[in-house]
Design a protein around this ligand. Structure first.
Ligand SMILES: NC(=O)c1ccc[n+]([C@@H]2O[C@H](COP(=O)([O-])OP(=O)(O)OC[C@H]3O[C@@H](n4cnc5c(N)ncnc54)[C@H](OP(=O)(O)O)[C@@H]3O)[C@@H](O)[C@H]2O)c1
Length: 263
């Protein structure tokens, strides 16, 4: 299927590694012009070169911390100056630290909200005026399966990400008339550095080995395995495509069946 996004401009945030990187690569394979960003330059340059090598596409990298409003404003301005448009916006950020209620103070919740919710809101405020002008846009906001089924030791993530769902649904209703779709995606356990570091902290805390961690996680997934970044990225690329023109306001989990509820 031709996704119909050749030469569209895609800004994929937090994309030097993991899920963001997989999405940037997939969109580049579909012929989109890609802008990747993250806080550290080293991985970013490596990722840009890797994508160019694999797809021969146009890839720009920007050093941006998505918790910093001024850096987002500057990045959007640079992309518009260089490409004249942002057609696809993929809002990703890092995950807040793992832990239980007793492990945190209210300030930790403020930081998590800045990281996951405010970054998404700021990005949308900066990019939507350009999408409205061109009467075409695709916005995909990253959350987690924790918005559908809270995960015990991720109280910060469970809290900060649910706001993204309320924002996504409200915004989708308000910009649909401009041919802009807004959807949220919820990765389940997917093999990236973040999950590898969760496995290491499981072992360090004496709960079992890294192998035990994966066995425990896999036992909660009907498909019996952790997902790959490519499987996640394929779903995002579809939502970013011309083909997904009548899908808006949804919260789609890509989780091998992990979420046990109906919706
Ligand atoms: N993988 C999973 O199983 C899974 C499941 C559910 C939810 N999630 C969530 O999905 C998101 C991506 O996960 P992942 O597994 O791909 O994580 P990852 O492998 O740790 O990659 C995170 C990426 O985000 C960048 N980043 C982090 N904080 C940033 C910031 N403030 N500004 C700009 N870039 C930032 C990192 O680069 P720098 O550090 O250089 O900035 C890196 O490129 C996270 O929010 C994670 O919690 C993941």
């Amino acid at each position: 299927m031709d996704l119909g996004i050749k030469d569209k401009v895609a800004f994929v945030t937090a994309s030097s590694k993991g899920l963001g990187k997989a999405v940037a690569l997939q969109l580049s394979m579909e012929g989109a012009k890609i802008v990747i960003c993250s806080r550290s330059r080293e991985n970013l340059v490596k990722t840009r070169n890797e994508i160019i090598e694999q797809t021969g596409g146009i890839v720009k990298d920007l050093t941006v911390d998505v918790t910093q409003k001024q850096q987002i404003i500057k990045a959007v301005d640079q992309i518009i100056q260089e490409f004249g448009a942002i057609d696809i916006l993929v809002c990703n950020a890092g995950g807040p630290p793992a832990g239980m209620f007793e492990d945190f103070t209210p300030d930790d919740y403020r930081d998590a909200v800045e990281l996951n919710l405010m970054s998404t809101i700021t990005l949308c405020y900066e990019v939507i005026p350009f999408m409205k002008k061109q009467q075409w846009g695709r916005i995909i906001n990253f959350t987690s399966v924790s918005v559908k089924q809270p995960i015990d030791n991720l109280i910060l993530s469970n809290t900060s990400r649910t706001g993204v769902i309320g924002f996504t649904k409200s915004l989708s209703n308000q910009v649909a008339k401009h041919n802009i779709t807004v959807n949220a995606v919820c990765p389940g356990y997917t093999k990236t550095e973040r999950v590898e570091s969760l496995a290491r902290s499981f072992e360090d805390s004496g709960k079992g080995t890294i192998k035990d961690f994966y066995k425990k996680v896999e036992s909660t997934i009907p498909m019996g395995r952790i997902g790959t970044p490519e499987e996640f990225a394929s779903a995002v690329a579809f939502l970013a495509s011309e083909r997904a023109s009548y899908i808006t306001g949804i919260t789609l989990q890509i989780d091998g069946g992990f979420v046990k509820g109906l919706f």
